[in-house]
Design a protein. Sequence first.
Length: 334
Amino acid sequence: MKLLITGGAGFIGSNFIHYWLKKYPDDQITNLDSLTYAGNLENLKEHENDSNYKFIKGDICDPEVVNDLVRDCDLIVHFAAETHVDRSVMGSRDFIRTNVEGTMVLLEAAKNNNKKIHHVSTDEVFGDLNFEGKSFTEKTAYNPRNPYSASKAAADHLVRAYYHTHGLPITISNCSNNYGPYHFPEKMIPLFITNLLENKKVPIYGEGKNIRDWIHVDDHARGIDFIIQKGQVGQTYCLGGDSEITNIDLTKKILKIMGKDEDMIEYVKDRPGHDLRYAIDFSKAKKELGWNPKISLDEGLKQTIEWYENNQEWWKNIKSGEYQDYYKKQYGNN
Ligand code: NAD
Ligand code: TYD
């Protein structure tokens, strides 16, 4: 099978490519990525000379590039997006452009060439839950509350609209917060681990009571694989890690594994419109696909911390590069 992966140089896309080529070595992958600040070819260095892997630097908003690549593939797996909530608070233009317009360009190309597309989305489209609220399911009404989640919600609606209007073969996954190797160190887990490795404090927004459900990126990749192999066209599947935890408790776990004191915590100004809680009920994926997450949060965190300890060049290059400007705007000079 020939797969066109969009956004494969980012965190989840690159982990998915590693997963796929290991499991299906006879398949061919083309990775279309414009290499924004979040795209990094270092993530895929081990495949750069593989005959079944090809990288194309290009923008998913460019219909000509996209159409040629879509014509030549059997299946599109769409990861490319602007993904950081805090950046979307600073400005949403790039989010609308890539996440909404880019998805539309891909859908048009898929329609014109009659190709199947799997759209990778987030649980953030459902808005937030209070502490007692039931977990999100595929039936939960959309209620996005920040520009990132609003742009992803718009993209999900477009994907479903192409299925209903044009009969385009689509599937969608809405997944909770991922963590693992190659995670860009502006997101909470990799930021905190790399700060601690540099002996810097970790900035917790507000009081740290917000809850997220964390899934190891390999479990997410397996979930997408299960949807591609067994999912029904037109259907959405929620994927979660079965690991709900407050930000403060998660931070304490990281501190403990890394042998650091709680005085490394710094409470900083809260994120505007900070969603309180995300939680996923993945029983549909379990029942219909036989999927469930396999890596526990404790085991996954240990592995992930080890990865950042052993790959310091990878994240030090990022932290010392152009990303510095964003980091300073967010956290001062800490
Ligand atoms: P990421 O920010 O690490 O990577 C995004 C990739 O997309 C980068 O390589 C970037 O260069 C590329 N890209 C951005 N704009 C592009 C454009 N116009 N054309 C081509 N390439 C472009 O993101 P991620 O965390 O790997 O997320 C991947 C997908 O998974 C996104 O769609 C995101 O919404 C979704 N998702 C993420 C999480 C999470 O916890 N990170 C959870 C659920 C769903
Ligand atoms: P993040 O990794 O940005 O993912 P998302 O906003 O998509 O859930 O943030 C995870 C949680 O951690 C979220 O509640 C915000 C919080 N957070 C901090 O407390 N400090 C930080 O420096 C960052 C980046 C996030």
